[in-house]
Design a protein. Structure first.
Length: 662
C-alpha cells in the first residue's frame, strides 16, 4: 500500500528538486512516476542521449526514501523524430497527416516509431535496470486505438483480414459486400475505411476497430518485452484512460503485470456535459476486472481539471480524501496523485495539482496529507485484502464498438445503460466484479450480461451452462441481434438466446426519448425509454407488462427457469429508479444481500482476506448523509472507536472504515 505523486522535474529548475523531494517525504509520499513525456529531454537530437538530469532527479528522490516508476516516453515523439521520419504521424481517413499536437501523435504500426521507440526504451531500461530506487515501469501513456489510415496500417489491416478470412470470397460473404456493389475482386482493393462515411459496411467498420485495438495491444506487448528483457524482475504496468474507448482493455493488458488507471471523478454537477465522461465506481470496478486483481491508480484527482476546455469546479473540501479512499475501497493498492506542482507552462497549466502555481501548501495539499497519513496507518490492515463478490457484470468492447457504429435509438448508449445497472447495485450496497464478457462465470451467484448485441454459439452455450448449473442470469434488450461479424441473425430475436430466455421478440419499437410505463406483477409501476421489445413468452413467465401505447398489456420483462437456475430478460431500458426496483427483486430472489437503500453519493465496499473484513463507508457528496449499518461489533480503523451498528452520520466527503470483530 503506497501513496505517491506524478512529478515532472524537467519542467522545473533543478534548484527546486531537493525542496520538492523533502516536502514529498514529509507528506508521506513514497513513490513518484517520472519521465513518461520526456523523450525530447532524454534524446534531444537523434542518437544523442542525456540521462544526467534524470540520474540527478532519481538520486534526489532516493535520498528521501522515495521510489520511482519510470514511464516510457513513446506517447510524445519529439519534433526531430516527426520532422525527419513523418511515418510516425497517424494519417486521417482523408489521407492527411495528423500533425503533432498535444500528445499521442503516433501510429502504432509506424516502422520509425517501433525503431526509435525500441532504442529509447532499451537505453532507459539498461541504464536503470539495477537502480535500487527504480521499482517498475509504465508503458507509454493512456493508450487508445488510433483511427490511422497510413500505408503501414493499410497493409497491416489487409494482412489482418487475410489471416481472419483466408480468401476474398470468404470476406465478401461474411461482410455481405454484395450490398451497394461493394464486392472486392483483388486484395489490393481492400483499404482502411477511407472517407469517414457513416454509411460504410458495418462489418468492415467493426473489423477495422478490432484491427486498431489489436495494434494497440501489440504495441504494448512490444514495449513489455523490451522492458522485461533489459530490466528483469521489475513490474510493468500501463495507465488506462478509465472511460472505455474503442481499444479492448482486456487484450491491451494481457502483457502487463497489473492494471493501472487514471481516475478523475467529476467535480461538476451530475448533469453537466463534462461530468458525463466520468463513471466513478464503475471505472474502478472495470479496472479491477481487467486483470481480476487489485490495481494501481497512476493519476488521481488533486485539483481543478482544465486544459483545452473550460475548467471544472474545484474539488470540494473532503473530496480529494474521500475519492482516494474510494479507489482503495474498490481494490487500489497504490494511489498516485496527479500532479505534485501545477504546471506553469504548456497545455496543462490549468489541470491543477496538489500545489498551485505559487507552490505553497493550501487546503487541498493538507487534505492529501491527511489521507497519506491515514493510508500509512492502515497499510498493515489492508495489505493482502481484496474484493470478493457474488455478482458479475459482463463488459464487452465488442458490443460498445458495434453500438457506436450503428446507434440503435435516440439516447441509446451502451455505457450509460451499463452504468445504470451498476449504479442500482451500488445503491443496494451490492458489490460486483466488472469482467470481460468471455470470462469464466463459475463462482458467481448472479451474472448481469446487458446488451449482448453480438453473439455466437460459444457464448450462448456458456450462458446456458451457467444457468443450468444454478446461476441467475440477467439479459436485456438488444441481445442476440447479430453474429460476431456484425451481420443480423436470421431468426426471431433473441436468436441464439431464445431457448435460454424462453421468450421471443414479436416486434420492437425504438421509442427513443418517449417515456413508457410498465406494471410489475406486484402492482408497482415502472418507467422506461429508448427501446421496447414486445415479447411473446414461450416458456418464460411474465413479471412485467407494458401499460402504455399500442403494446399495452404485452410482456416487457420475463423470467425463465432453466435447469437449476433462471434467466431474466428485460425487454426495455428502465429509468434509474425502476432499475433499482427490479434489481432489488432479482438480487433478493437470487439470495444475495441488498437490503440497503443508500443515499445518493454514499457507497459501501468491503475488502477482505480470510476472516478479516474491512468495510468502507464513504460519503462522496457535498451534503451530510445518514446511513444505516447492520447491527454488529465494529471498530473504526481511523479513530479506534467502537460501533455496534445503527445510524451513522457522515459529513460531506466523510469516510468511515470499520473492522468487524471475528
Amino acid at each position: 500500500m503506497k501513496v505517491g505523486v506524478d512529478y515532472y522535474p524537467e519542467h522545473w529548475d533543478v534548484s527546486l528538486w531537493e525542496h520538492d523531494a523533502r516536502q514529498m517525504q514529509e507528506a508521506g509520499i513514497s513513490i513518484v512516476r517520472l519521465a513518461e513525456f520526456a523523450w525530447s529531454r532524454l534524446e534531444p537530437t537523434e542518437g544523442r542521449f542525456d540521462f544526467e538530469w534524470l540520474d540527478t532527479a532519481i538520486a534526489t528522490l532516493a535520498r528521501h526514501k522515495i521510489e520511482v516508476v519510470i514511464g516510457t516516453p513513446t506517447a510524445t515523439p519529439p519534433v526531430w523524430l516527426t520532422h525527419r521520419y513523418p511515418d510516425v504521424l497517424p494519417v486521417d481517413n482523408k489521407g492527411n497527416a495528423i500533425f503533432a499536437g498535444v500528445r499521442l501523435h503516433r501510429c502504432y504500426n509506424s516502422p520509425s516509431l517501433r525503431e526509435f521507440g525500441a532504442r529509447i526504451i532499451e537505453q532507459l531500461t539498461r541504464r536503470y535496470a539495477a537502480h535500487p530506487a527504480v521499482i517498475g515501469w509504465q508503458t507509454d501513456n493512456e493508450l487508445a486505438a488510433n483511427d490511422c489510415h497510413c500505408e503501414y496500417c493499410t497493409r497491416s489491416f489487409r494482412g489482418w483480414l487475410q489471416t481472419k478470412y483466408g480468401s476474398l470470397d470468404n470476406l465478401n460473404r461474411e461482410w455481405g459486400t454484395v450490398v451497394w456493389s461493394g464486392e472486392y475482386s483483388d486484395w489490393n482493393q481492400v483499404t482502411t475505411p477511407l472517407g469517414g462515411s457513416p454509411y460504410l459496411n458495418p462489418s468492415f467498420l467493426l473489423d477495422f476497430r478490432r484491427f486498431s485495438s489489436d495494434a494497440v495491444a501489440d504495441f504494448n506487448r512490444f514495449q513489455a518485452a523490451l522492458i522485461r528483457k533489459h530490466s528483469p524482475g521489475k513490474f510493468v504496468t500501463h495507465n488506462l484512460w478509465g472511460y472505455p474507448v474503442s481499444a479492448d482493455y482486456y487484450d491491451m493488458f494481457d502483457s502487463m503485470d497489473f492494471a493501472s488507471v487514471d481516475y478523475y471523478p467529476a467535480t461538476d454537477l451530475l448533469d453537466d456535459a463534462k461530468s458525463k465522461m466520468y463513471h466513478g465506481a464503475l471505472t474502478l470496478d472495470l479496472t479491477r476486472g481487467v486483470k481480476r486483481r487489485n490495481f494501481w491508480v497512476m493519476e488521481q484527482l488533486s485539483g481543478t481539471p482544465g486544459c483545452w476546455y473550460p475548467m471544472s469546479r474545484t474539488p470540494f473540501p473532503g473530496m480529494i480524501r474521500a475519492y482516494a479512499w474510494q479507489s482503495v475501497s474498490r481494490g487500489a493498492d497504490t494511489i498516485v496523485q496527479f500532479r505534485w506542482r501545477s504546471a506553469r507552462i504548456g497545455a496543462e497549466q490549468f489541470w491543477h495539482g496538489l500545489l498551485d502555481h505559487h507552490g505553497q501548501p493550501g487546503r487541498r495539499f493538507k487534505e492529501f496529507v491527511r489521507f497519506s497519513q491515514e493510508m500509512s496507518k492502515l497499510a498493515p490492515l489492508l495489505e493482502g485484502t481484496t474484493l470478493e463478490h457474488e455478482v458479475a457484470m459482463l463488459f464487452s468492447h465488442e458490443q460498445l464498438n458495434a453500438f457506436q457504429i450503428q446507434p440503435q435509438a435516440d439516447g441509446f448508449d451502451y455505457l450509460g445503460n451499463f452504468k445504470r445497472l451498476h449504479r442500482a447495485l451500488l445503491t443496494m450496497g451490492v458489490g460486483a466484479d466488472v469482467i470481460d464478457w468471455r470470462q469464466d462465470l463459475r463462482g458467481y451467484r448472479l451474472v448481469i450480461a446487458p446488451m449482448l448485441y453480438l453473439i455466437d454459439d460459444v457464448m450462448a452455450s456458456s450462458l446456458t451452462e451457467y444457468v443450468e448449473q444454478g446461476g441467475t442470469l440477467v439479459l436485456t434488450t438488444r441481445s442476440g441481434v447479430k453474429n460476431m461479424n456484425n451481420v443480423c441473425l436470421p431468426d426471431r430475436l433473441p436468436n441464439l438466446l431464445t431457448s435460454l430466455t424462453g421468450v421471443e421478440v414479436d416486434e420492437y419499437d425504438p421509442v427513443g426519448k418517449d417515456i413508457q410505463t410498465l406494471s410489475l406483477d406486484t402492482g408497482e409501476g415502472l418507467s422506461s425509454s429508448q427501446w421496447c421489445d414486445v415479447l411473446t413468452p414461450v416458456a418464460a413467465e411474465t413479471i412485467a407488462t407494458y401499460a402504455s401505447e399500442y403494446f399495452a398489456g404485452r410482456a416487457a420483462i420475463t423470467r425463465n427457469v432453466r435447469g437449476k437456475g433462471m434467466a431474466y430478460y428485460i425487454g426495455t431500458v428502465l429509468d434509474q429508479l425502476s432499475t433499482q426496483v427490479l434489481m432489488r427483486r432479482i438480487t433478493q430472489d437470487a439470495g444475495i444481500g441488498g437490503g440497503l437503500e443508500l443515499p445518493d453519493g454514499v457507497e459501501i465496499a468491503v475488502r477482505s482476506a480470510g476472516q478479516k473484513r474491512v468495510t468502507f463507508v464513504l460519503n462522496l457528496s457535498k451534503e451530510t448523509q445518514r446511513v444505516s449499518i447492520a447491527v454488529g461489533d465494529y471498530s473504526s480503523a481511523l479513530s479506534n472507536r467502537r460501533f455496534s451498528g445503527g445510524e451513522l452520520e457522515l459529513e460531506p466527503g466523510g469516510v468511515e472504515i470499520f473492522v468487524e470483530a471475528a
